[in-house]
Design a protein around this ligand. Structure first.
Ligand code: NAP
Length: 286
């Protein structure tokens, strides 16, 4: 039951109807009996400045940001966290006690926490990884993996220049790591590059419902490599099905969505929450 003191937050995107965030946060609001609301905020690209001004005027505790506003939101907050700066995108906005709005990014945390909780034995330090994709989500993956101590990261993308730019940018960000090898390879090089890695990440939209399949020859991938897919619709992608069938450990993408949501919720509603199977089932049921 909401009162006049209810704390308000939401998710801003265009379109936003497909977002699972209202169900996710709604589950926590009900579970912890919080006097608050989390609503979808459909905002067209040309209405962003006006929408942000409106939410600030309404005293929203904050909001999540999804496609296509993650980069543009950098210019609409009063301050940025180091994570938002490194990833160059904002997915969570949090009102501070002084009324200023902080732009944060929890995607790298969500990605890493999903892997750590699902495969606690996997050690990142000194490991070698192959990342497929160089879009918005890939930036968070690169930040997460390099911060966790991965020292050899190969990025492959259909548009090679995008992979090259991403690799170069993060070589700069992590220039204090002398042993770091962060490089781009052409999409055609993936079958060869897969032969020497302990972690394979799909951060392209390939394999997602309504998108083409991820059609790559990955036979060289070691049987001991961990395979994860950011795509969570379907939950068991063809890549994950193929990997588990040949005995590789796998992690699906839903946990990333759940874990990235935590920091925002806890800051807005001042309540610690857990990511558990109840939450996963609630989101899956939606
Ligand atoms: N689990 C989670 O919480 C979570 C969070 C964020 C994103 N995601 C998922 O991650 C995926 C990527 O999201 P994003 O935000 O990074 O999207 P994005 O910025 O649009 O990037 C899309 C990526 O997919 C590649 N791609 C698209 N079509 C392709 C094709 N036909 N062949 C080869 N590569 C292709 C693009 O390559 P080009 O650069 O060549 O176009 C680019 O690397 C989506 O499926 C999204 O749902 C999941």
């Amino acid at each position: 039951m909401m009162t006049g003191k209810a704390v308000c937050a939401g998710v801003m995107g265009w379109p936003v109807a497909h977002s699972k965030s209202p169900q996710l946060h709604g589950h926590w609001l009900r579970r912890y009996g919080i006097d608050g609301a989390y609503i979808p905020l459909p905002v067209a690209p040309d209405g962003l400045a006006e929408a942000v001004a409106g939410l600030k005027a309404l005293g929203f505790a904050g909001w999540n940001v999804t496609i296509p506003h993650k980069q543009a939101m950098l210019d609409h907050v009063d301050e940025l966290t180091p994570e938002a700066r490194a990833i160059a995108a904002v997915n969570t906005v949090i009102r501070q006690d002084d009324g200023r709005y902080l732009g944060h990014n929890t995607d790298a945390y969500g990605f890493m926490e999903n892997l750590r909780q699902t495969r606690p034995d996997f050690e990142f330090q000194g490991k070698s990884a192959l990342l497929l994709g160089a879009g918005g989500a890939s930036r968070a993956v690169v930040q997460g993996l390099l911060a966790a101590g991965v020292t050899q990261l190969t990025i492959a993308n259909r548009s090679f220049e995008r992979a090259e730019t991403l690799a170069g940018e993060f070589r700069q960000t992590f220039s204090q790591v002398p042993s770091l090898v962060c490089r781009a390879v052409a999409w055609e090089e993936v079958p060869k590059a897969a032969g020497d890695v302990q972690l394979l990440v799909n951060a392209t939209s390939l394999g997602m419902q309504g998108k083409p399949a991820l059609d790559l020859k990955l036979d060289a991938l070691p049987g001991t490599a961990l395979v994860t897919d950011l795509v969570y619709n379907p939950l068991q992608t063809d890549l994950l099905a193929w990997a588990s069938q040949r005995g590789n450990a796998t992690v699906d993408g839903l946990g990333m969505l759940l874990h990235q949501a935590r920091a925002g919720f806890e800051a807005w509603f001042k309540t610690p929450v857990v990511v558990d199977d109840d939450l996963r089932q609630a989101v899956l049921a939606s």
